[in-house]
Ligand binder design. Structure first.
Ligand code: C2E
Ligand code: MG
Ligand code: MG
Length: 723
């Protein structure tokens, strides 16, 4: 069968087929070559009819032609993709399939082929870029490769990619352009009359500028672009899958023209790859942020802080410089969290973080260490500079800040350690600064302290004490002493104050002034308070049962008990009283002015609820809180306890004037006033002359264990000796 017989059989079908059709006879000679084949191979049929099929196929690597008869037979039943070198030195890709056809008892081969160049470009392009993405995380590197691939496939294009961020353009890559070109678009606001990029991003659709020189919308960098030899360009928006505008891809041309089919295909692929790469870069940076930054304050977290600090230490070592580590802890943060709730605590943390950030230099390192703790590393800094900055930080932090309905005056304690004097690695320096911070807290909060060698010991002791106290509560090592309060007019017992005592098996006697603050800091206070309340009520109830006339019992509570909403203090008091068969009137709760001074609405609610219950409130250490007296009018308070320091200084005229004033305040507001710490008859006489009736102090009795108090009461029933 020859060409004429096949064409005569199916003349239209073969000639008009969109696929290339080639028929090869049993001697490998080409006998048919249709129009589509002429186009695909770029050859005229006159050239190839009668020639060997191997003429149409590219040489193999060893120089042999790919197609011999046996190889053609190998391809029967398969689709293969092969490159075709055209005589004009261009290359196209074809998908080729071969089948046997029988004609005139001869086995012919029917070769059909389809141009798949665009699909092939697509695949190769995608492959290159995806491979780059697998190898590097650097967005500019991937994007540069992407532009270069476009330019390799279509050398008439110069490609650029810009990022869109907050309505502005930022040059990402433009490998074919001089670096100054980036400045033309960097920071450019997107808008209807900017450049093709700005307009494309603004409209969210492709913008073709066929003639840059005469385009009416092109406002920015026209001359510069023309000077580089570009006459036309095509900008295409890059949008995420959820339609967020993130960039612009631009093809520049050196002649006035429009893009062709290949360009359109390249653009389509490039944009999908850009979306992938840019979204991936965004997720990477989000993951990086999550891993190394604190979500709440956006400050470096502990891990990043550690890395940055180690670098700073290494640099200081190299250059023989000094640096300081500041450990900052917010005072009474737990109370804010407990009483105002976590959102308020979060808001306070953010405020503190931003105040700290503003106060330091760019070269310094700041991070959130944990909870309410922050660390600053001050580079090139000695003790003088460190203390100057610490002082400034304390002032900056203490400015009032409004959180919800409440205005807080935040305060912090700062500990400082120095490199290289105190330590040469971050772990040691932070640990020492932390110890110094505790020292600062003990000095009275809102202060800073430097680390000293002694602090090491203090910190160790503290830890031992804290552990021992934890055990003491469960091991029943605590007990309560009771100190009588005496009415010097009627010679009657007014009440008793319950004072906790700790005689540790391991550490001996420890005064409350040492372990109560520790219990507050370590979160043990509410357990301790509950134990004291329960034990004091139990004791009073037992005394009552045995007929001892003890009018009431006063229990000291800590400010934290009022802020701890979990404890539900009023309900707790009610339950305890009920369980011991006592009336609310049997109990007084002593609180310090500190509780009253915070303007926290939940504290006021708690106080009012306790008052409503019938439990009386007493203000302990009255006169030391430097607070305005105005608040007294609004509080459901029953009693004032004049602070011991006034009693101690009664020799002083000014102090006497103050104790007199306290008496008048109490009188005019119909409050009971108790003078405590009275040790000498002269003190008692002076106070009595000022109108004080209730006295508590060593003059009558120190705090006593229950049985000793019973004895004391027994022995002092004849009240005359009190005079
Ligand atoms: P406070 O409530 O002002 O208790 C009075 C303190 O003065 C007691 O010290 C008492 O022993 C002492 N004192 C009494 N009379 C005299 C005197 O004539 N001269 C002198 N120099 N001192 C006298 P204490 O027991 O060491 O307690 C110290 C503070 O510890 C208490 O001050 C109170 O704030 C706190 N505290 C004691 N027990 C508890 C408790 O159960 N819970 C809480 N939260 N705090 C407690
Ligand atoms: Mg007290
Ligand atoms: Mg007191």
């Amino acid at each position: 069968m020859d060409e004429t017989s096949i064409t005569s059989l199916y003349p239209d079908l073969v000639e008009q087929a969109s696929n290339a059709i080639v028929v090869v006879d049993e001697n490998d000679r080409i006998v048919l070559f249709n129009g589509a084949a002429e186009q695909l191979w770029g050859r005229n049929r006159d050239e190839v009819i009668g020639a060997s099929i191997s003429k149409l196929m590219p040489p193999m690597k060893d120089g042999q032609h790919a197609f011999t008869q046996s190889e053609i037979d190998h391809l029967v039943g398969h689709n293969v993709e092969l490159p075709i070198e055209r005589p004009n030195n261009t290359r196209v890709w074809a998908e080729i399939s071969v089948s046997h056809v029988q004609a005139d008892n001869k086995t012919m081969r029917l070769v059909t082929a389809r141009n798949i160049t665009l699909t092939k470009v697509h695949k190769a392009f995608r492959y290159e870029i995806l491979r780059a993405m697998a190898q590097t995380n650097s967005l500019p590197e991937i994007m540069t490769l992407l532009c270069q691939e476009i330019e390799r496939i279509a050398p008439e294009i110069s490609a650029t990619i810009a990022k869109v961020d907050d309505g502005r353009l930022h040059s990402l890559v433009a490998p074919d352009f001089p670096s100054e070109h980036a400045h033309l678009i960097d920071g450019l606001e997107i808008g209807p009359k900017t450049s093709s990029q700005g307009i494309a991003a603004f409209r969210g659709e492709s913008v073709l500028v066929r003639d840059i020189e005469h385009d009416p919308c092109w406002n920015v960098g026209r001359q510069e672009t023309l000077a580089l030899g570009y006459k036309a360009c095509w900008s295409m928006p890059i949008k995420t899958r959820d339609s967020r505008m993130i960039g612009v891809l631009t093809f520049y041309y050196r002649v006035c023209r429009r893009p062709n089919k290949l360009h359109a295909r390249l653009a389509e692929i490039a944009i999908s790859l850009c979306v992938l790469a840019m979204e991936r870069a965004e997720s990477f940076s989000r993951i990086h942020h999550l891993a190394f930054f604190d979500d709440l304050t956006s400050l470096p977290n502990r891990s990043l802080l550690q890395v940055q600090a180690n670098q700073a230490i290494a640099q200081a070592t190299r250059h023989n410089e000094r640096l300081a580590v500041l450990f900052i802890d917010i005072d009474r943060f737990k109370q804010v969290n407990d009483s105002l709730g976590h959102p308020a605590g979060d808001s306070l943390l953010r405020t503190v973080a931003s105040r700290l950030r503003e106060a330091i230099r760019e070269v310094d390192i700041l991070g959130r260490y944990s909870g309410d703790e922050f660390v600053i590393v001050l580079t090139q800094c000695d003790n003088v500079h460190a203390s100057e900055l610490a002082g400034r930080l304390l002032v900056a932090l203490s400015a009032p800040c409004r959180i919800g309905e409440v205005t807080l005056n935040p305060a912090a304690s700062i500990g400082i350690s120095l490199f290289p004097e105190n330590g040469r690695d971050m772990e040691t320096l932070v640990h020492e600064a932390d110890m110094a911070m505790y020292q600062a807290k003990q000095k009275g909060r809102g202060c800073f302290s430097f680390f000293t060698g002694q602090l090491n010991q203090i910190a160790k002791d503290r830890l031992t004490l804290e552990t021992a106290l934890r055990d003491a509560i469960s091991a029943n090592e605590l007990e309560i002493y009771y100190q009588p309060q005496v009415n010097i007019e009627t010679h009657q017992l007014h009440g008793v104050e319950a004072l906790v005592r700790w005689n540790s098996n391991q550490l001996g006697k420890i005064p409350p002034a040492r372990f109560i603050p520790l219990a507050e800091e370590s979160g043990l206070i509410s357990t301790l308070s509950q134990w004291v309340l329960n034990e004091a009520c139990r004791q009073l109830s037992q005394w009552r049962l045995r007929g001892l006339a003890i009018p009431s019992i006063s229990v000291n509570l800590s400010p934290t008990d009022f802020h701890n909403l979990n404890l539900k203090l009023p309900q707790y008091l009610e339950a305890i009283l009920r369980s011991h068969g006592l009336r609310p009137n049997d109990l007084l709760v002593e609180i310090t002015e500190g509780v009253l001074m915070d303007s926290n609405p939940s504290t006021m609610r708690t106080l009012n609820e306790i008052h409503a219950l019938g439990v009386r409130l007493s203000i302990d250490d009255f006169g030391t809180g430097y607070s305005s007296l105005g608040y007294l009018r609004h509080l459901p308070v029953h009693e004032l306890k004049l602070d011991q320091s006034f009693v101690r200084d009664l020799d002083d005229r000014a102090t006497r004037a103050l104790t007199n004033a306290v008496m008048h305040i109490g009188d005019s507001m119909e409050l009971t006033v108790i003078a405590e710490g009275v040790e000498h008859p002269t003190q008692r006489n002076l106070l009595k002359a000022q109108g004080y009736q209730i006295i508590q102090g060593y003059l009558f009795s120190p705090p006593l264990p229950p049985t000793a108090l019973e004895r004391w009461l027994d022995e002092n029933m004849s009240f005359t000796q009190w005079e």
